[in-house]
Design a protein around this ligand. Structure first.
Ligand SMILES: Cc1ncc(COP(=O)(O)O)c(C=O)c1O
Length: 400
């Protein structure tokens, strides 16, 4: 019997038989244990972080436990985990801080596969610093982000390569380790958007060669905030804008204002929940890796059911074509706008979203424009019956 699907649905109060939720890339539902940990922390004695008093220790423990859990999730150093209100806020903050070190004549390389979170902040920072922006593009026929182009784009004046580890639009997982190797060969830093990737695949930031790696807790069972992982020694070299009396230490110097301790405790609980889904492993890190591997396999199985079903339907075009990719599928249907498909599915009790999902460049390169497509995104609590229900609803829409 699978460890996922029906086996875990009762952990999630939001799930019901009536609604099929197919928008996991927009955020997953929250297990009850996570909400309970948030409530427990919010109603315990809490003050500013210190070791001197119980309320201070409760706050400090929430921060330190979150960093340890996030480090286990990402294969990172707990001392290099930065909390942010969102991955977007972190990227804006880091882009401004890193751009202070750029000079005219430098360049940065952006990816035409990415969510705007890993694009717009760099465009603005590059404009302020007067540095050149270069683009890696996707191949619209294969939906891949070919690595070879980075050899041409990266040179001795490249300061940063910003690239996503998985596309929230079409699921493509570029070869980040190879791109990082090209960047590092000239001394450039890599800023890797792992927001979609982290919800589907075991993450090892060191193996990816990601100097900076962002993720968001709400994409994998947690509350709505983002995190960044980097080596503490690298963080030491960066000087963000901050209040004068706030700590100079790393990672505190990047965490502006008072942290949401109850949300941090919730994120720790979400990571513990992932670890609890493993059927092997001693340490929490080992259990997370094992659970994520199994989740990925499970989701890819459901993806196969949906893809095979849709392939038989006339007028349905799929854009998720890369060899290595998550379970996220983007489609269009001849004769219907994506919004119309979304509405028809909603009428049948299926919640999927239409649009560009802030991934503007790949939508353009795939010939979809601002209208985008309809996205089907899976989480480990989705079931085979739901995948089949989606195929049946799509069959009805196309009249096959
Ligand atoms: C790939 C990707 N990057 C970045 C983001 C932005 O994340 P956040 O909402 O934490 O700013 C998203 C959100 O959907 C995403 O899917």
């Amino acid at each position: 019997m699978s460890l996922f699907g029906s086996a875990i649905r009762s952990d999630f109060p939001a799930l019901s038989d009536e609604l099929v939720l197919l928008d996991a890339p927009g955020g997953t539902q929250m297990p009850a244990v996570v909400a309970e940990r948030i409530a427990q922390t919010a109603t315990s004695a809490i003050s500013n972080r210190s070791r001197g008093s119980l309320p201070g220790r409760n706050a400090d423990d929430a921060v330190l436990e979150f960093r340890a859990a996030a480090a286990d999730l990402l294969g990172a150093d707990p001392a290099g985990i930065v909390h942010g209100r969102s991955a977007t806020q972190l990227t804006f903050d880091f882009s401004r801080a890193l751009a202070k070190q750029w000079a005219e004549g430098d360049n940065i390389v952006l990816s035409g596969l990415d969510h705007d979170c890993n694009v717009a902040p760099w465009l603005l920072a590059a404009e302020c610093a007067g540095v050149e922006v270069r683009w890696a593009r996707i191949d619209p026929d294969t939906s891949e982000l070919p690595v070879g182009q980075y050899e041409r784009l990266v040179d001795a004046r490249t300061r940063l390569v910003a690239v996503g580890a998985a596309s929230n639009l079409i699921g493509t997982q570029p070869n980040i380790a190879a791109i990082s190797a090209i960047a590092h060969a000239v001394g450039a830093l890599t800023y890797v958007d792992g927001v979609h990737y982290t919800a589907h695949v075991p993450v090892d930031v060191r193996a990816l060669g990601a100097d900076f790696f962002i993720a968001s807790s709400y994409k994998l069972f947690g509350p709505h905030f983002g995190m960044l992982a980097a080596a503490p020694e690298l963080l030491e070299q960066i000087h963000p804008d901050k209040l004068r009396p706030s700590p100079e230490s790393v990672p505190e110097r990047f965490e502006l204002g008072t942290l949401p301790y109850e949300a941090l405790a919730g994120a720790t609980a979400a990571i513990d929940y992932v670890a609890s889904l493993a059927d092997e492993g001693e340490s929490r890190r080992e259990r997370i890796v094992s659970a994520m591997r199994a989740m990925d396999e499970y989701e890819l199985e459901l993806r196969g059911v949906i893809e095979r079903g849709l392939a038989e339907l006339p007028g349905v075009t799929g854009y998720s074509r890369a060899e290595s990719r998550t379970s996220t599928l983007l489609v269009t249907v001849d004769g219907f706008t994506p919004i119309e498909v979304e509405a028809r599915l909603r009428d049948s009790g299926l919640i999927a979203q239409a649009g560009h999902f802030y991934a503007i460049e790949p939508c353009t390169d795939l010939g979809l424009g601002a209208e985008g497509g309809v996205r089907f995104g899976l989480a480990p609590y989705n079931t085979l019956a739901e995948a089949e229900r989606l195929v049946a609803a799509m069959r009805e829409i196309v009249g096959a």
